[in-house]
Write a protein that binds this ligand. Sequence first.
Ligand code: SAM
Length: 328
Amino acid sequence: KSSTEVSARYVRWNPNVDLHRSGDWSIEALFSHLKTKGFERITEPVYPVTKGKFFMDPHLPDCLLVFPPSANWWVGDKWYEAGAVILQDKASCFPAKVLMKGWTQEEGECIDATAAPGNKTSYISALMSSQSRLLAFERSAPRFTTLEKMLAKGQCRNVIPRRADFTDSDPLDPEFAKVTRILLDPSCSGSGIVNRLDYLLEDEVDEPDAQSSRLEKLASFQLQMILHAFRFPSARRVVYSTCSIHAEEDERVVLAAVSSGIAEEREWRLADRREVLPTWERRGRPEEMGGDEQMAESVIRCLPGEDKTNGFFVACFVRNEETDGLQL
Ligand code: SAM
């Protein structure tokens, strides 16, 4: 099977629309709607998904629907037009899921540091039940316009979009005092993307000879973003993700971040495997993390072709609560 072949199409049900729009946009109503479209729900996952069938994804059973590769029922469909379903690759749902594990509304506020086009922002907003503030940074003007449209369509009413560079924000500004969780899904080479349906790539991937210097630049920028996030005084969970399969942008960036002075000073460390989709089998590459098996266990990889997703990487940094409020 070629690695560019797609064996499933993923559709995320967006509960924010049911919360804020008149009418019944519940998941049960979606199932009934799909019946009228000729789709039967089955309980056991089968790949490639059989024509006319769908099932709930075993890793995201409350919101992610899995369809056959040929499915396109959403084209012109009222559920899609209403933002009640969003085309989002399975792996691209993972960072928000890991970021929001154990979230309660009382905890505080969140930041999505690199938000456009807004798929992950919209999912985080849904996991916050569209309550408490979620600040969404995006530095590119045209992509910011796309983000605003997506947030409006998806009824993400707790999101405050901001057209700004995340690294220009002052972590000590009182407006960020309650921010406890930050998502970083920065620009990357996009080398893991095989299914482009739900992606808005920033630019095309370079020729191989230009690639290594480009990866170096990307890695340095990605590390700067993580180190900036580490400076937010109330932050206790930072999730880093890429749609790259290159260790230069994945394990090696994470290793540099945990080995940094700021990580040591503020006691940031990698979260235990239990915090990072423990049932997902494919973990990081120890050889890219100084041979540290435990560290590699705590991050996840997705491989196109093998995992029925785009290529993806997710790491979660956490910090001890007793260092809260430490001003740097
Ligand atoms: N999280 C998005 C989603 O799931 O829909 C995809 C994010 S995309 C990989 C990276 C985005 O970060 C791009 O839109 C890019 O313009 C933006 N970006 C890159 N550097 C940034 C920075 N320093 N501050 C804010 N946004 C930035």
